[in-house]
Design a protein around this ligand. Sequence first.
Ligand code: UN1
Length: 511
Amino acid sequence: MTQLNDFLNLLNIKTQNPGLSTGQESWDGQGVLLESYSPVNGRCIASTKEASREDYDRVISTAQAAFKEWRQKPAPLRGEIVRQMGERFRQNKQALGELVSYEMGKSLQEGLGEVQEIIDICDFAVGLSRQLYGLTMHSERPAHRMYEQWHPLGVVGIISAFNFPVAVWSWNAMIAWVCGDVCIWKPSEKTPLTAIACQNIIIDVLKANNVPEGVSCLVVGGRNVGEWIADDARIALVSATGSTRMGRAVAESVGRRLGKSLLELGGNNAIIVTPEADLTVAIPAIVFGAVGTAGQRCTSTRRLIVHASIYDEMKQRLQKAYNQLRIGDPLNANNHVGPLIDEQAVASYEATVREVLSQGGAFVIEPEVLRGDGFGSGCYVRPCVAEAENNWAIVQQETFAPILYLIKYNTLEEAIEIQNNVPQGLSSAIFTLNMREAERFLSASGSDCGIANVNIGTSGAEIGGAFGGEKETGGGRESGSDAWKAYMRRQTNTLNYGTDLPLAQGITFEL
Ligand code: UN1
């Protein structure tokens, strides 16, 4: 690890940082002071000020003006700008990974992995900038041609969560930019500095290429800023990542004005382990899924559905694996698990533990809030495993903490039913070497999630696929595949190059 001040200096993070930026200009908001505390040691890292309504309106007007110019720039040239941004993130990978780890609390490995997702999506977006394909159709009318084009949408509002403070922004922004949109990013108020650092990283690229002011905007602020974005008819697409409660509020506001939203909300992800699983592959996948990012990924493994015949063996193997976990400073490469984001998250871990016990659940691996040397921030908890029933209200909801529920099954039919029987539908996995079981799980009557894996865990998706889920997860798809279509408007064009005017459906109309 570089010295603490090194990565802050490298990323140009000062004691007080402007929380508003239009890419060319940055300024202090007129709202309240926002101090960012590290869950690693409880220290205040630096501060910024939230946006006032006036600040926000200034940003939106600048973004609207920028869109008029940016949409005219050929997509491959927009891709070239994104390529240069990717280079800047490559150069700053270590420093930004360390800041992510320090401000958010995830292990340095995972902090670096998050920056790698930015680099990967930049590469993907550069290629995509020459592949924004539309279809051509055969017209039923003679001497007519039909085709479709994809045009930029406008201003895209990106509301991101603390748990992936930089990668989720990049999935949206890099794709939106090659599509010809301009972006306004409202990061989580729990992780404003990583967002400011990202804007600092790309600012030279924006300036050197004379990118119109307003293509990349940052608005640090609280819930009110999220509400302004959701209510604002000047924002063509609102892409929001976070809790189901937040997503429902955003969807209602955006829906009222018939705007577009792209939602990536809670998960309640399960792994099914059948008697034919290779447990040497399954165990690390389960443990990484459950304790990675201290259980604060939306793809974290929350439920483990295990066949009765291997249930006791699974318990023993998990106990052995969990005993090896090292919890502590996430910037120390020896540790697997860092802190939760804040004390509020610890309180919710404790409340969930109490609820599991009151339902009659038994902990196979005991929960604990860690105190004492090295745990001074009060945010460190021990990952735990409880025997539970799928239908308990507490199991039906997503708790953003490293708590894994063990559930027993007898038939694959029953396992799939348990897996699907939650309100959320993000990620799922099965461990089996039996192709019939695997294919059954992936079939139309199998997993109902947006992501379904075989012999890998629920978290850690690659950027090349479309990311998102069904039901209360919100239905949106971000990142790879054809997720770009959500950031553009489709236009169907019919062109007559003949000398007559034949009408479709064989209708005659003579004058
Ligand atoms: C999230 O938790 O919001 O699949 C995103 C994963 C990561 C992204 C998670 N690539 O776990």
